[in-house]
Design a protein around this ligand. Sequence first.
Ligand SMILES: Cc1cc2nc3c(=O)[nH]c(=O)nc-3n(C[C@H](O)[C@H](O)[C@H](O)COP(=O)(O)O)c2cc1C
Length: 127
Amino acid sequence: MTSNVLIVYYSQSGQLKEIIDKTTAVLLQDAEINLSTYKIEMEEEFPFPWDFYSFFNAFPDSFLQKPHKIKRIPADILNQKYDLILMYYQVWFLSPSIPINSFLQNQEAKQLLNGSRIVTISGTRNM
Ligand SMILES: Cc1cc2nc3c(=O)[nH]c(=O)nc-3n(C[C@H](O)[C@H](O)[C@H](O)COP(=O)(O)O)c2cc1C
């Protein structure tokens, strides 16, 4: 029986994406796993590379877990039921990053996550 698995992530430098690629390679080889990927997109993207002020200005909203606007989740991702959701996130200022916090507090995301089994995988500095 085929299982639907969704990868949810956000990545700036590609470091977290590299962790995703390494940890999901085995799933790609399994004919019974239908793997989809959704990258969280911010309405207003954070700069990369970071400048000094943007970096430290991200501190309050990171720490307070204040959401920013994210782009709408594509309909083909939203309208599918997943047996498993792999949620990859990075840490900003000892808290889940603003993109991940924004996703978790988004109404469409709540609909997407509702009723699915979820595994979270965290990547932090130089992992
Ligand atoms: C604004 C900001 C704050 C960060 N704060 C922390 C932190 O408190 N602890 C930590 O271990 N790493 C911290 N990091 C490092 C990130 O967690 C790490 O670089 C992560 O892998 C970034 O993934 P990405 O570049 O694929 O988005 C921070 C990075 C940024 C950009």
